[in-house]
Design a protein around this ligand. Structure first.
Ligand SMILES: Nc1ncnc2c1ncn2[C@@H]1O[C@H](COP(=O)(O)OP(=O)(O)OP(=O)(O)O)[C@@H](O)[C@H]1O
Ligand SMILES: [Mg+2]
Length: 250
């Protein structure tokens, strides 16, 4: 089967001259859970923003389901949902309910279907009971969970999660991790960026490492973590203790 997402020599230079992506060629297969790690500024967010058409390739190419994102950015945005690193920038609704309903409403679904999707999404991230609250009044962790609910309600095939655990306390991290793994088990393709490998790496079959806009390592986590410290990424504790990759919570 052809990869669900393909980038080919993807390069992006911002207006101030920063080369954020430098000839990135990656294929992502349907149903896989991939972790992309890299130090601050290595290009992770910029890469994800190209995968769902928020940024367009300046040179090189991005394909989603075989189709160039440049030709059909709308289709890419429907197939590929993104949970932003900055949860505030993802808030669009006046209330938690409206915010989660925004995507399904734009898909033109009927009221009953919208209601069902919103309820499912909010219960998945444990925000039931806060439907009428103003999103800007939520805590940082609650905002992140709301952002995840908004993307879940769209039921995309591919989920991009940009630092999904930042700002979350221990129970919320467990819940979000569990939800990500559920989605993966249901067949979703999931791409997670992080510089904190600890929480998720045991569940990934592939680890991609970025540095200065380039892919510098790509393979099974057991092999890739060995040399990861040189790129400014902290190896998981279990690896440092010589126990290999172990689940974060057992
Ligand atoms: N809008 C922009 N204009 C100019 N430079 C930018 C812009 N957005 C990002 N950059 C630069 O591009 C590079 C890659 O940034 P990016 O946000 O993709 O990194 P990242 O790996 O996601 O980092 P972090 O771990 O801090 O989230 C950085 O050098 C950053 O300063
Ligand atoms: Mg980032």
């Amino acid at each position: 089967m052809a990869p669900i997402i393909q980038t080919h020599h993807l390069t992006h230079r911002f207006a101030d001259g920063t080369l954020a992506l430098d000839a990135v060629s990656l294929d992502f297969n349907a149903g896989e859970l991939t972790v992309i790690a890299g130090a601050n500024g290595s290009g992770k967010t910029t890469l994800l923003r190209h995968l769902n058409g928020l940024l367009m390739a300046q040179s090189g190419d991005v394909r989603v389901c075989g189709r160039s994102v440049r030709d059909d950015p709308l289709a890419a945005r429907q197939a590929v949902g993104m949970v932003f690193q900055d949860a505030d920038s993802q808030i669009v609704g006046e209330t938690v309910y409206d915010d989660t309903a925004f995507g399904p409403e734009n898909l033109g679904l009927d009221r009953e279907a919208i209601d069902r999707r919103v309820n499912q999404a909010l219960s998945a991230v444990d925000l039931v009971g806060l439907e009428n609250k103003r999103p800007h009044h939520l805590s940082g962790g609650q905002k992140r969970r709301l952002a995840i609910a908004g993307v879940l309600a769209m039921q995309p095939r591919v989920l991009l999660m940009d630092e999904p655990f930042s700002n979350l306390d221990f129970p919320a991290t467990c819940r979000v991790l569990e939800r990500i793994l559920d989605l993966h088990r249901q067949g979703h393709t999931i791409i997670i960026t992080t510089h904190d490998l600890e929480k998720v790496i045991a569940h990934a079959r592939r680890l991609v490492v970025m540095a200065k806009g380039r892919v510098v390592s790509d393979g099974i986590p057991e092999a890739v973590v060995a040399g990861i410290a040189q790129y400014g990424i902290r190896p998981p504790c279990s690896v440092q203790l010589g126990k290999g990759i172990q689940p974060w919570v057992s």
